[in-house]
Design a protein around this ligand. Sequence first.
Ligand SMILES: N[C@@H](CCC(=O)N[C@@H](CS)C(=O)NCC(=O)O)C(=O)O
Length: 209
Amino acid sequence: MKLYFSEGACSMASHIALNEAGIKYTPVPVSFDKGENETAHFLGLNPLGAIPVLELDNGKALTEGVAIMEYIAAQNPQANLVPAKDSFEYFTFKKWMNFISTEVHKGFTPLFAVEYMTKNKDAQQEIRDYAINNLNERFAVIDHELSKNNFLCGSQYTVADGYLFTVMSWSQYSKVDYSKFKYLAAYLARVGERPAVLKTIKLEETLCN
Ligand SMILES: N[C@@H](CCC(=O)N[C@@H](CS)C(=O)NCC(=O)O)C(=O)O
């Protein structure tokens, strides 16, 4: 299978999942600057021109990180990257995947897109302030959870943790300071030391530069 990705983008969560699962894949870098996400081939995989895309050996393509990560986890159940189906922990996992996707991942979007939203500098600042305030409320919820558990779903690392790590890594570029959330900060440092995470970051850096 092939993973279409861009360095440090949300696709890194799927990339980490592949390395955590230890399954064979071909990483395919996609450069937005070179318009590689606008080619006919890529738009055939995802009409929105967005990564991640997972292309299977039979030619089928899967989009949407939350589906891709769960698909990857299902390819190697021994790696325990998703709690057992139909357990309460499984639905807790689904909750976090949805929370990260809709509340955190897309919560960062205004910070990247503010210059396209308005040319008015005051309005840009208001959008930034709103987005950061909104993110801080979400970080507080996560921080509280991590005061009780090592990972989002308890003691078991899941692909949701790689996803949260990925989107939180955007804080440094978008001037979001989460240091007051001590449990969250310690957790991110811990996840960032996982061999699969370190391997993914290095690989993306090498393939994209
Ligand atoms: N809902 C999609 C969103 C994917 C997404 O936002 N991808 C961004 C990178 S983080 C992208 O490819 N943006 C480029 C574009 O849309 O042109 C998912 O969760 O997979």
